[in-house]
Design a protein around this ligand. Sequence first.
Ligand code: ZN
Length: 323
Amino acid sequence: MIVLDLEWNRGYDKKPLNEILQIGAVRVERPGGPIVDVFNACIRPTVHKKFDLGARKLPDLSMFKNSRTRFPAAAEAFRAWCGEDRVFAGWGGGDVEALNENCKYWGLPPFEAERFFDFQLAFAHAVGTGQQIALWRAAEYCGLPDVFDYHSAVNDAMYTAVLGGWLTQEDLDWRPEPAPPRRHRAALRLSKLSFPRQDRQKVGPVPTPEEALDARSSRTLACPVCGRRLGVARWHFVVPKAGVPQQFYGVFTCPEHGRFLCRMTLTRRRDGQWQGRRSVPSITPGLAQEYAAALDGGVHVCKSRGHRRKRRPACLERGTGEG
Ligand SMILES: [Zn+2]
């Protein structure tokens, strides 16, 4: 069995590739068995010009930038190292897909997994929670010594492999019930009235993402039909693999015209400050889907005015789902 972990960068451009920066893997004879071999490749990024927030926080980013290995050479070395082994495992479910997405980009044949074990899912079953548990938290829970940096693919693969020792066959075979599509109905409860194009609102710059979300200028809106002053109380967002989410969705309700959606995009400026752009777009099927996905993700409840406290960003900087 090969326990795999990747680090990647999505960048900010239109090329839809999670560009792999590191392939880390260890070989075990069985889940939880001793580690018998290690693979590590640091890969020079060549696709995206910029690093996303998650990639910028990677402890080994300079090693990737200075690496002489490009993805095709790393992938072929990894393929040779895997040999006949076709059973993979990882913390979270997306690593083989991400690997193959990169293979496709470079015109290489895919990796064919005979079976893939999601140790994160199995671990959630083992400890009796329906939630995704960050790798470091699972390691802490099991009392593993905290000696290697997380978010280095080879270290994360090693931690994942060791955590395999806590999993039974039942944990490994467990699959959650598919979630009912209740949220999509919520998305459809939005007003179907058409309205003129709404002006965008700039928010900030402010020192933290929370301040942008809590700002009066982001939370007060006008009904796009009658102009009545209304407010947003919470923002929903899709939880990213790492870093701070960039798209937030809020709903405001006009007693006469119904529920409208607004979208806030946060960006970090070069000076480290955060800037928001808020819009009230017309509802399209795509937008309703984005909103439904955000409803299943995280939520930021706005702090009421008059209670301004200084606080470190907590709810947005959560641990990552994967390694
Ligand atoms: Zn109205």
